[in-house]
Design a protein around this ligand. Structure first.
Ligand code: NDP
Length: 485
């Protein structure tokens, strides 16, 4: 499979085709600042065609043996695996992330998503509720029909497949929209589906802008459910559109995750992981710990060590094997992060290191590069500490008591993930229980088991993905009560 494609196509009804309007949008390479390909500027007509194809395919796919669905999804995973380098390079060029990360995290996880849900549907059961001497109830779990999957740019194929795979495995047909900033691996996926022999219309991928293409998917009356990952304000807009139609909704949204570090932690282990949780993918992972709270006795030691290690991180061409950090995803996003750093200073913060926009040499001269930043001296209620920046910026503050750490950690409108570093297991339990977050990591970060519930509370999310949770989301329970004769 050669990725020499300049013109990305929609995948509708088993065919690769341009938008019906014939219009295209520019697709930028964030590491050069140049347009390197074009994506279909789809609208409601393309979405309607995709929904029609999905509807036509729905009965056959819903009735297909789970084994058939299993085999096809496993084949898609195999094709991705066989083309790992091509997919990883495409992801890196499209998003600006280091190729090393795409090769070891993004693309392997996309394969795992297909394999995990292909397999789990073979073991997916439902309940029965006997009424002794009278009747038996059993629950059928049936696919919803046509569902919409909308994903963001930060982990493009990883998050798209995290939705598509369980939706397809449970017998739904899908209309999906990747972020218009990172469409390339979704396009490669459509080619993989053709190669795997996925029946036409089972998966449809429509490229384009969120407010046009995405909105049309959410509005379409025949789309029964929306699984969305992205920003909280977009999630609100989706909820406003979908609620009057009573569509099922799964919303995975923004985060402002706390990382709580107690003085009794394993300092070296914590440092290695805190550097990762702060700046992996340029801080553009919803699970990154962007607010770091450190128990006062080790605050200065921690601060100095974090600054030292942050200054060592190499920001470079994402295709270079030495790059720790690549480019931010877009010029607009880089400017947004810069504005937050300016705000941090206005709000009284000290920028301890980083924040400079970097101009690399040669072909990367126009890329969107920034040195990762560490800031301290900010109050919890300032905007820098309350709003999601989603870039290479962390804030630090000391705390004196467990109670204070919890108040700081829980003191934002978000509640996606949190990390706690301590050797005291009783404290770890206490704190984990009281943290307002959907995911708590103790002495680790981003250690993922695909069987676990995944999602956030407060403004970070509604519903859960992963494991049985998502299989339930993508199916409708129906109780059948049979009276004994
Ligand atoms: P956005 O909310 O801007 O976009 C997400 C997706 O929604 C994109 O495909 C976008 O299209 C589309 N979209 C935009 N407007 C609409 C609309 N009106 N109707 C339907 N779809 C629409 O998020 P980003 O892509 O900027 O991603 C970053 C955000 O994602 C961060 O807030 C981050 O925290 C969050 N995120 C959350 C995760 C979680 O699990 N909770 C995981 C990863 C990221 P387009 O790109 O064309 O605008």
């Amino acid at each position: 499979m050669a990725n020499n494609t300049k013109y990305i196509k929609n995948y509708i009804g088993g065919a690769l085709q341009p938008a019906l309007s014939g219009d295209y949008l520019d697709n930028f390479n964030p590491a050069t600042g140049e347009v390197y390909s074009y994506i279909p500027d789809s609208d409601a007509k393309d979405v309607a065609a995709a929904v029609e194809a999905a509807e036509k395919a729905a009965p056959g796919w819903a009735q297909a043996e789970p084994r058939t669905r299993f085999r096809l999804l496993m084949r898609i995973a195999d094709i991705i695996e066989q083309n790992l380098e091509e997919y990883a390079r495409a992801e890196s060029v499209d998003s600006g992330k280091p190729m090393s990360m795409a090769r070891t995290v993004d693309i392997p996880r996309a394969q795992s998503n297909f394999r995990f849900f292909a397999t789990s549907v073979l073991q997916f059961g439902s309940e029965s509720h006997p009424m002794p001497g009278e009747a038996i109830n059993f629950t059928l779990r049936q696919p919803l029909g046509v569902v919409g999957c909308i994903s963001p740019w930060n982990l493009p194929l990883y998050l798209l497949s995290w939705k598509i795979a369980p939706a397809l495995a449970t017998g739904n047909t899908v209309v999906a929209k990747p972020s218009e900033l990172t469409p390339m691996t979704a396009y490669l996926l459509s080619q993989a589906c053709l190669e795997a022999g996925l029946p036409p219309g089972v998966l449809n991928i429509v490229h384009g802008l969120g407010p046009k293409t995405g909105q049309a998917i959410v509005e379409h009356p025949k789309v029964k459910a929306i699984s969305f990952t992205g920003g909280t304000s977009t999630g609100k807009q989706i909820a406003r559109t979908a609620a009057p139609e009573f569509k099922k909704l799964s919303l995975e949204m923004g985060g402002k995750n706390p990382n709580i570090i107690f003085a009794d932690c394993d300092f070296d282990e914590m440092m290695v992981n805190t550097l990762r949780s702060s700046f992996s993918n340029n801080g553009q992972i919803c699970l990154c710990g962007s607010r770091i709270y450190v128990e006062r006795p080790i605050y200065e030691r921690f601060r100095d060590e974090l600054v030292k290690r942050t200054q060592f991180l190499k920001v470079d061409n994402p295709l270079s094997k030495d790059a720790d950090l690549g480019a931010l995803v877009s010029k607009q996003h880089l400017e947004k992060v810069q504005r937050y750093l300016e705000l941090a200073e206005v709000e009284g913060g000290n920028i301890l290191c980083g924040g400079e926009v970097l101009q690399l040499k040669g072909e990367n001269e126009g890329g969107y590069f920034m040195r990762p930043a560490v800031v301290d001296g900010l109050a919890i209620d300032c905007r820098t500490n309350q709003e999601e920046i989603f870039g290479p910026v962390v804030t630090l503050a000391p705390f004196d008591t467990e109670e204070e750490a919890l108040a700081l950690a829980n003191g934002t409108p978000y509640g996606l993930a949190a990390s706690v570093w301590t050797q005291d297991i009783s404290r770890a339990n206490r704190v984990a229980e009281r943290l307002q977050a959907g995911i708590v990591w103790v002495n680790c970060w981003m250690l993922r088991d695909l069987r676990t519930p995944f999602g956030g509370v407060k403004q970070s999310g509604v519903g859960r993905e992963g494991g049985q949770e998502v299989l339930r989301f993508f199916t409708e329970p129906k109780n059948v009560c049979i009276k004994y004769g």
